[in-house]
Ligand binder design. Sequence first.
Ligand SMILES: *Cc1c(COP(=O)(O)O)cnc(C)c1O
Length: 436
Amino acid sequence: MKFYSTNNTNLRVGFKEAVFNSMPKDKGLYMPVEIPYLGEKFISNLDEYTLPEIAFHIATSLLEGDIPAEDLKKIIYDAINFYAPVVELEKSTYVLELFHGPSLAFKDFGARFMSRVMSYFLAKGEKQLDVLVATSGDTGGAVALGFLGVPNTRVTILYPKGKVSNIQELQLTTNGQNIRALEIDGTFDDCQALVKQAFTDDELNNELRLTSANSINIARLIPQTFYYFNAYAQLLREGINKVIFAVPSGNFGNIGAGLLAWKMGLPVEQFIAATNVNDTVPKFLKTGVYQPKSSVATLSNAMDVGNPSNWVRIADMFKKDTDALKKQITGYAYTDEDTLKAIHEINAEYNYIACPHTAIAWRALRDWKHERNSDNVAGVFLSTAHPCKFPEVFNKNIADKIVIPEHVKALSEKESKAVSLDVDFAGFKKYLLENN
Ligand SMILES: *Cc1c(COP(=O)(O)O)cnc(C)c1O
């Protein structure tokens, strides 16, 4: 498959180039030249397939010719080795739990697939790939654990000192092997600025083969389509075939993948884009005016994005047909107060604990159902992270009930190691060069 730039459909590259460059020079995003239709037979028989089987089928339809089937199969079975269950909370309300991977967030799907694809494309004798990533919490853990032990790669994570939760920090600092953590005495934006400057530094680029592995990489988008098909498969087994998805959205990669799945033939009635007060997209869907703005800090901080990068992909899929787009996507935005209320309501009604991002999606689904008076469609909201990653959000009553997975508990027994640096590019550069 060739991939084009959303800014210039004539600019076409192969999958390997799209993966290593992340972003075309014209600053568009890569999209497949053709979105394959997966066919009635596959879709109506989805209930017969497992998650890796579904993933393999989708990946083959997109990447046949780029990676031979046997190799692709190995990548998939190694990357997608955890489950994504659909759990019924009440009649026609389901939660799709995407937090059963190593970092306890849906980003594991993208990071694990991308890391293995990159490693696969690094031919024998090629220079080691140096991944630089700035994180406000979730991305760093998924990328670190995604690349952990992957041959010929090394990851350097920059995180803001004192601004990530305890579990998030342990996920960054206890890995060893090919993962290093840098604790920066500044904010997430400072971390991101250091990484950005590194990519423009000639000396660093001569010494190191740098890549950002960031969330706009097409190799992170593709594996996120897998769990939408797999969720539908699980509902088919219950005799359900009318479904809507409510997606907690920040950079709009997750919902973008859902729309890609829909374009590939997955019959989804509608998508709900659920955001916090960073409501650029819900506003656009209401007013028709797309007005990016600076991000505002909220309790659902993985969605604090004022100018979602993946929106151009979604616009591209609708070829500027705003009416069709508005028909397929509805937007809802909520305050922190709404978020806390939703967390309590979910807990009171279903004895279920949702992370703040997940709670927003549930609330949006409920509001959608009230407005549409629609009970004959299964509403699935996506749970993007395990609540134990955001302990400061919950009151003691709820916090005490959160069951921390064993492999996460074990992290506190491990040696935690981070190098502390100031917000100073010269110091950061010196560290990279001296520790090469
Ligand atoms: C990254 C993240 C999101 C936002 O996902 P996008 O693909 O950027 O829209 C939502 N929830 C959690 C927990 C996340 O880590």
